[in-house]
Design a binder for this molecule. Structure first.
Ligand code: FMN
Length: 320
């Protein structure tokens, strides 16, 4: 199937104009995928999260499958910022697709320093993966609390003029509040979301399946949960929401956009079907053609909600 040309697939997301709303989720995409797809077809390229120093990552095993899902505790192995600047950045330079660089650091200053250092030609935006432990506080992820989200986002904002996307964690009680903090501190978009903290136990050994004991759940099983988070966050803030969680088909992407996402990221699906993203782009165009939708951006926030007496309360506490 070739992409119909009558549909305008372009979207504007957090300071960037993208040819379509589909991009990889950080950590699930790498250079070698150029063997199965033309990177110039993607809306954007999002790199694996990089850290300043070399990091080896977590003990093995790092991945376990569960029905409709994957649990990973990779632990952000990183070749460091120097390798990224010398090798990775030049590799992507020939592509005509915005390069979004995902970064992580254990402190707010560390995040800001890395963002400043990576504000280079060829980098289109910074995605701050603030779902990592904040060692200055109590080791909880920055994005678990509004205050720490606001602090790190403000320092990032001061450190770079590039579009700043902040990737949130669903492992918090109140994502809309955290999203509001990111917006107040100057983020251009939020990514909703990283993986859901989870666990699996091996029934032969009675030991946890992962070397790290706990890991992040991803894949189709998490889609309804993250879709709900996207819906709530999109109503709480004015900056764009990029939806990420269990997207495997173009129908999934449409659902996310209807819930309020301006663009989507595809992660685990790429492990199952390496060309999933290009199939989703084609499917989005076909969906719009069939529904006579001229611009894919029109889907964003298009979910039809019947009027509720107390809509805010109804969204937070749905009847059981
Ligand atoms: C193997 C693996 C590695 C990941 N590495 C990163 C990472 O380096 N940085 C990051 O922000 N998210 C990382 N993630 C999370 C994904 O970017 C994404 O937020 C999550 O998997 C949910 O999307 P999905 O259900 O489409 O996979 C990783 C996920 C997986 C499965």
């Amino acid at each position: 199937m070739s992409t119909p040309t009558a549909v305008d697939l372009s979207v504007t997301v957090g300071g960037l104009r993208l040819r379509n709303p589909v991009m990889p989720a950080s950590g699930t995409f790498a250079e070698g995928l150029d063997r199965v797809m033309d990177f110039n077809r993607l809306g954007a390229i999002v790199t694996k999260t990089i850290t300043r120093e070399l990091r080896t990552g977590n003990p093995l095993p790092r991945v376990v499958e569960r029905p409709g899902s994957l649990i990973n505790a990779i632990g952000i192995p990183s070749k460091g910022v120097a390798h990224f600047i010398e090798e990775t950045l030049p590799y992507y330079a020939p592509y005509n697709t915005p390069l979004v660089v995902s970064i992580s650091a254990p402190t707010a200053e560390g995040f800001a320093g890395l963002a400043a250092e990576l504000s280079l030609p060829g980098v289109a935006a910074i995605e701050a993966n603030i779902s990592c432990p904040n060692i200055e506080e109590d080791g909880k992820a920055f994005a678990m609390r509004a205050e720490t989200t606001e602090k790190v986002t403000r320092q990032l904002r001061d450190a770079t003029k590039l579009p700043l996307w902040v990737k949130l964690t669903p492992n918090t009680g109140d994502m809309p509040e955290v999203a509001r903090a990111a917006e107040a501190a100057g983020a251009d978009a939020v990514v909703v979301a990283n993986t859901i903290l989870s666990m699996a136990i091996d029934l032969k050994t009675f030991k946890p399946c992962l070397g790290n004991i706990m890991g992040g759940l991803s894949g189709p099983a998490i889609k309804p949960i993250i879709l709900r988070h996207v819906f709530q966050c999109a109503r709480a803030i004015r900056i764009p929401v990029i939806g990420c969680g269990g997207i495997a088909t173009s129908d999934d992407a449409v659902e996310y956009m209807l819930a309020g996402a301006s663009a989507v990221q595809v992660g685990t699906a790429t492990f199952v079907q390496p060309a999933a993203m290009t199939t989703i782009i084609e499917g989005l165009a076909a969906f719009c053609m069939h529904r006579d939708i001229a611009r894919v951006a029109e889907l964003s926030g298009g979910v039809v909600i019947e009027e509720a007496d107390e809509p805010d309360l109804a969204w937070l506490n749905p009847p059981t």
